[in-house]
Design a binder for this molecule. Structure first.
Ligand code: HEM
Length: 131
């Protein structure tokens, strides 16, 4: 058998033409990764701090309410909303709907930007309420 024969490669970033559907697919993967790493650590930290008493909880709260904590919280909210929108879009595609090119592109744009807009509104509400 011939070894080291050039084999066809799966199409990848350099082969597909960029479009909102590709950006949304990547965003779904990146946000899924952020949720299962950064958000998971933050969640465990919050629970452990709550279970460890007032001092530990105070230091968690100090960081969570600092500008850095708010930035991370906002980022994770965008990630959660974007990933959920990407997931719902996936389920629609999985039943065979939404493949017409214009429809597909439009929903990809919506799933990319609407979650960030909703996250901005939510955080504006949270920050203004606590101002
Ligand atoms: C905190 C909650 C969640 C975490 C930690 C999480 C994490 C992940 C991760 C790590 C992936 C794999 C990404 C990749 O490598 O391509 C993924 C994919 C996926 N998630 Fe989530 N997810 C969460 C919530 C959701 C929700 C709420 C939905 C649906 C509304 C959803 C739907 C999906 C779908 C459909 C995929 C597959 C995407 C693909 O095949 O390209 N996820 N998720």
């Amino acid at each position: 058998m011939q070894k080291n024969r050039a084999r066809p490669l799966s199409p990848h970033l350099s082969i597909w033409r960029w479009g909102p559907h590709m950006a949304m697919s990547i965003a779904n993967r990146v946000t899924g990764g952020a949720l299962s790493t950064v958000a998971a650590v933050a969640l465990v930290w919050w629970l452990v701090a709550a279970a460890s008493g007032p001092e530990a909880y105070d230091s968690f709260r100090d960081l969570a309410t600092s500008w850095f904590g708010v930035l991370v919280g906002f980022g994770l909210t965008v990630a959660m909303f974007t990933h959920t929108a990407g997931g719902l879009r996936h389920y629609v595609l999985d039943i065979g709907a939404g493949y017409e090119l214009r429809t597909n592109k439009n929903w990809a744009w919506v799933s990319l930007f609407a979650p960030t807009a909703v996250a901005v509104l939510l955080w504006a509400y949270i920050l203004l309420r606590n101002a």
